[in-house]
Write a protein that binds this ligand. Structure first.
Ligand code: UDX
Length: 461
């Protein structure tokens, strides 16, 4: 980096793991940085760039592509996750290096903000002598659990006799509150290895940024900060959603799926305040056909209005004629503009898989949750939603792991009606305020972002 140049317009390259749940928070963070004066290049895979539904950049954000080795058919063409990740590491390292070489002549890159799922991004940054920042897209609690597994301070597999797990910085957890890769030992070994590899070279990173905010995860952030320089910079949600006065703030996304925006918003505009249940399981989770049926009947039994995102690949699992039969009460779409939906006053409750983005978005927009976790980090997030932040409840499963329709209707009613849900609804409002404070000027996350930006703008100081 060119030293000693005051207010140098630093150029950051942002490298997310190429799935929606990682691209979204990193793109939103890119927008914050761009707003603060940095030049940003967002890097996706060549396959994704071809298939992405929308991207309208801004003068400070451009989009570039590297290869994961599967430019034509994407990850689906790989023999296994292991093969995909191994080739991505190899070809990704090469093509990212080529991209950096290419930029040397016009707009040289100063810093790589990399997703630690792609830990080789840090090695490339080091090779080119660039500033490196790890950007953790999942909660600090979840990263703390993985870190303990990586350090072998939490030994796997857990013993069957172990009823509780004690990890510093966290409340006492039951084994089933742990991320699925930890609790269900041996599941998705390649993904789990990639997750643990996040820490393998982390001590070389100049910055460790986490998409969370201090008051939300105070205890665990303070604990981790004793041995890793973690900085909370979230929630990465655009300020226009956190503060309705900022109507002129333009939002834009980079979506793998096509949002059915006009239909959703028109439908919501016709509904009364807090009358609608919003249902979504994010971009990856696949519910069993029986579970989809129970959910459908649960929504019907609750007799509430509902907006349900059922991705095209899941549509065949809907009960026959369900959309037609419930058309007076519900709207089913293949994808929606979730932030706009959650910010709409008609939404009264969110049935969610508790992906970290959905959880943070609901928290920050003050929407009470019915947590129905599926896999990966979602059980841990659900535990915090229910027991720590007290902003929702968690569905109970029967002995076969099924959440029955009566349970779904019970949870909806609990959260949306009557005295029992009062505390949850009050807490939802409280968290919305606290989230906004964190990103407001001089808020805890804003200060961390400011420090990061000024270290890049004034590299000599
Ligand atoms: C994945 C993991 O599953 C999740 O557990 C992890 O924390 C992040 O990576 P995903 O399952 O897609 O993500 O869930 P989530 O983290 O909630 O991210 C989904 C994103 O898609 C959110 O930003 C949400 O706003 C957006 N979304 C979802 C839409 O824009 N429209 C929709 O219809 C549904």
């Amino acid at each position: 980096m060119e030293k000693g140049k005051e207010n140098h317009k630093a150029h950051c390259l942002i490298l997310p793991y190429p799935i929606q749940g990682h691209i979204n928070p990193m793109l939103q963070f890119a927008k914050h940085l761009s707003h603060k004066g940095l030049k940003i290049t967002l890097v996706v895979t060549k396959f994704l760039r071809k298939t992405m539904q929308e991207f309208s950049g801004s003068s400070n954000i451009s989009l570039e592509a590297i290869s994961d080795g599967f430019d034509e058919g994407g990850r689906a063409d790989a023999e296994s996750s292991e093969a995909y990740l191994a080739l991505f590491r190899l070809v990704g390292t090469e093509t990212l290096s080529e991209l950096l070489e290419m930029h040397k002549t016009d707009s040289a890159v100063d810093c790589i903000i990399y997703d630690p799922f792609l830990s080789w991004g840090l090695d490339v940054a080091k090779k080119f002598g660039l500033v490196s920042a790890a950007f953790f897209t999942q909660s600090c609690a979840v990263n703390n659990i993985y870190y303990h597994v990586y350090k072998k301070e939490l030994k796997l597999p857990l013993l069957e006799t172990e009823k509780f797990v004690n990890i510093p910085g966290l409340p006492v957890l039951e084994p089933s509150d742990l991320p699925s890769f930890v609790y269900v030992h041996g599941s998705y070994p390649a993904s789990f290895e990639m997750i643990l590899n996040q820490f393998q070279n982390l001590e070389k990173a100049d910055w460790i940024l986490v998409n969370t905010f201090h008051k939300l995860e105070q205890e665990v952030i303070d604990w981790m900060a004793k041995f890793l320089p973690v900085k909370a910079i979230g929630p990465t949600i655009p300020s226009m959603y956190l503060d309705k006065r900022l109507q002129d703030d333009k939002d834009y996304g980079l979506s793998v799926f096509k949002p059915i925006t006009d239909v959703c918003m028109k439908w919501l505009n016709e509904r009364a305040s807090t009358s609608v249940v919003y249902v979504s399981f994010g971009s990856m989770a696949e519910l069993g056909a029986e579970q989809m049926e129970e959910l459908a009947h649960g929504l019907k039994t609750s007799n509430k209005y509902f907006l349900w995102v059922v991705r095209s690949s899941e549509e065949a699992k809907l009960p026959k004629n369900f959309s037609e039969e419930t058309s007076k009460k519900g709207l089913i779409v293949s994808w929606c503009p979730q932030l706009e939906v959650l910010a709409h006053e008609a939404i009264g409750c969110f049935i969610t898989h508790c992906g970290w983005n959905s959880t943070l978005e609901a928290l920050s927009l003050g929407v009470p949750m019915v947590a129905m976790p599926q896999w990966t980090d979602q059980s841990t997030n659900a535990k915090f939603v229910k027991n720590v932040w007290k902003m929702g409840i968690k569905t109970r499963q029967d002995e076969n792991g099924l959440v029955e329709q009566t349970e779904i209707a019970r949870c909806i009613n609990h959260v949306m009606e009557g005295d029992k849900g009062e505390e949850i609804r009050k807490n939802a409002k409280k968290w919305k305020e606290i989230a906004r404070e964190a990103v407001d000027e001089e808020g805890s996350s804003d200060k961390n972002i400011e420090n990061f930006v000024s270290s890049l703008m004034n590299p000599s100081t």
